[in-house]
Design a protein around this ligand. Structure first.
Ligand SMILES: Nc1nc2c(c(=O)[nH]1)N[C@H]1C(S)=C(S)[C@@H](COP(=O)(O)O)O[C@H]1N2
Ligand SMILES: [Mo]
Length: 508
């Protein structure tokens, strides 16, 4: 191995050790301030919307893994350069590592709720990284005119390098593992006993789950529920210190603890959530039973009769903001601050301890997870995260339908089979009709599964005698207001996708 390659490796290993130390310290203080994650989050925030949409479309829920992986790859490349520099002059290599960490530190400090403590992970990363590099470089053969050393000295320093590298790699693994474990421990779900709803949902009808193989379950389990958020780590929220404040243009500012919310009259509703980034035929949609306090009950406590606000600007525990049109949120629909999902407390991924749910509006203008503040204000005065990125402010969910079975581009057996899927048209009468078109023929009416209310999706199916060959299947829905799903294609940006899903299958 040339000493160049060796030193590049030193830079990489020293950086990995530094990153692991930073991750461990972050786990103990603020997980989001971990150097690589802080840089990753900043990249997310700075990424132009079209690129972000492209990443979501191409990598789906893996977009975050791809992002963190790319950041890490970039860092390690520079780390190798730092190692090479250190071969000539240690201070240069160490200096580059410090610059890298400084970038991470400033990323950590630009988080909306950042404090001085958020510098600790970066400091730990810098200290550990530079010390590790020093150890490795000192142990390396060929230093200080080593070319003239005898074999024995070379052998000794080779051993020295092996010992240092082994110890550092082990330390990195231990620190990284400990950081992971501590973070997952601190973000584990808390045990919460939820009260029963004063206004429960009707008995949940059995869907078509058992009758139509391959169809999306009528209710989405919390584990299978899609997840969209701007953060790379789960927030650390303790129930005891959490509260929800309503302020801004209200008669009086009010603050609720979790117990305050739980002791109010709760409603229970079946509501389908959809992400604006969901493309035609996409998976960013999920249906659950939510338990929560009606939004208007909370707003009434603060008093909004005299308000001139046109939006509720909600803030999560990390300072992320979402704006919701006040008129729509208070027009009589079942908007709520939810504390329960599918009969249990909200999972941490889905907003524990409380989130907003507003039927009929895309999640990015309504579904604030880890909510801690609602400020009554105007769009003219204040912008939320996505509004600053040019997404729409008013974003009602568009009528949509999806084919779940057969799968696109799959090969199925000829004969009797079933085409099936789900369709949604929340808060516009729900789904009234679903139609399927086979090979450009006429639209045939599909059979609908049971209804769980207009804010919930509907399963559908159409029996089909499939003949050998290639077939094109398309689906469209009609809402309860007799409005037909449009065939006009629109991209998710800026107010949700539209168009008709069309898939090709082979029958053999
Ligand atoms: N705090 C916070 N709330 C958030 C988001 C977020 O990034 N941060 N994403 C929103 C978006 S875009 C959607 S579609 C829904 C997704 O909710 P889920 O992850 O529980 O499915 O949450 C919304 N609430
Ligand atoms: Mo979303």
């Amino acid at each position: 191995m040339t000493t160049r390659l060796l030193h590049a490796g030193f830079g990489v290993l020293a950086t990995i050790v530094g990153v692991a130390a930073g991750h461990l310290v972050a786990a103990l203080t603020e997980p989001a301030a971990s150097p690589v994650l802080a840089v990753g989050s900043t990249v997310i925030d700075l990424t132009p919307t079209p690129l972000k949409e492209w990443a979501i479309a191409h990598f789906g829920t893996n977009d975050k893994t791809v992002l963190v992986g790319s950041v890490l790859a970039g860092v390690l490349l520079l780390a190798a350069v730092a190692g090479l520099l250190a071969r000539r002059r240690f201070a240069l290599g160490a200096g580059l590592l410090v610059v890298l960490v400084a970038v991470a530190a400033s990323a950590a400090l630009t988080r909306p709720t950042a404090g001085v403590a958020d510098l600790l992970p970066s400091l730990a990363a810098a200290g550990t990284g530079v010390a590790a590099l020093a150890w490795l470089v000192r142990a390396a053969p060929g230093r200080a005119g080593g070319a003239h050393r005898g074999d024995q000295a070379g052998g000794a320093s080779r051993r020295g390098v092996l010992v240092a590298a082994g110890a550092l790699a082990a330390a990195a693994a231990v620190m990284g593992g400990a950081g992971r474990w501590i973070t997952s421990y601190r973000t584990r779900p808390e045990n919460v006993d939820l009260p029963a709803a004063a206004d429960p949902a009707p008995a949940f009808p059995a869907g078509l789950d058992d009758r139509v193989p391959g169809i999306t379950p009528f209710r989405t389990s919390a584990d299978d529920f899609y997840r969209v958020d701007t953060r790379l780590t789960l927030p650390v929220v303790s129930l005891g210190s959490w509260s929800l404040t309503i302020d801004g243009d209200v008669d009086r500012e009010v603050t609720f603890s979790f117990d305050d919310l739980a002791s109010m009259e709760l409603i229970e509703r079946d509501i389908t959530l959809t992400c604006v980034s969901n493309d035609v035929g996409g998976r960013y949609v999920g249906a659950a039973r939510w338990l929560g306090v009606p939004l208007t009950d909370l707003l009434d406590r603060a008093g909004i009769d005299h308000t001139s606000a046109d939006q509720i600007l909600s803030t999560d525990v990390d300072g992320m903001t979402i704006s919701t049109p006040l008129d729509l949120a208070t027009d009589g629909r079942d908007a709520m601050i939810a504390i329960g999902m599918n009969g249990a407390a909200l999972p941490v991924q889905h907003g524990f301890p409380a989130r907003m749910v507003v039927p009929g509006l895309y999640g990015f203008v309504s579904a604030t997870k880890w909510i801690t503040r609602m400020t009554l204000t105007t769009y003219a005065e204040q912008d939320a995260y996505w509004t600053q990125r040019d997404w729409a402010t008013d974003a009602p969910i568009k009528i949509a339908s999806r084919i779940d079975t057969p799968k696109p581009l799959s090969t199925i057996d000829a004969g009797r089979t079933v085409i099936g899927g789900v369709a949604w048209a929340q808060h516009q009468g729900g789904v009234e009709k679903v139609e399927v078109r086979i090979d450009g023929g006429g639209w045939q009416e599909a059979r609908l599964g049971p209804s769980a209310g207009q804010d919930y999706w509907r399963q559908w199916y159409l029996p089909w005698t499939a003949e050998k060959g290639q077939h094109t299947l398309a689906v469209r829905a009609v809402n309860g207001e007799d409005e037909e799903q449009t065939a006009a294609r629109a991209t998710p940006f800026p107010e949700g996708s539209s168009g008709i899903q069309q898939i090709v299958v082979t029958v053999a």
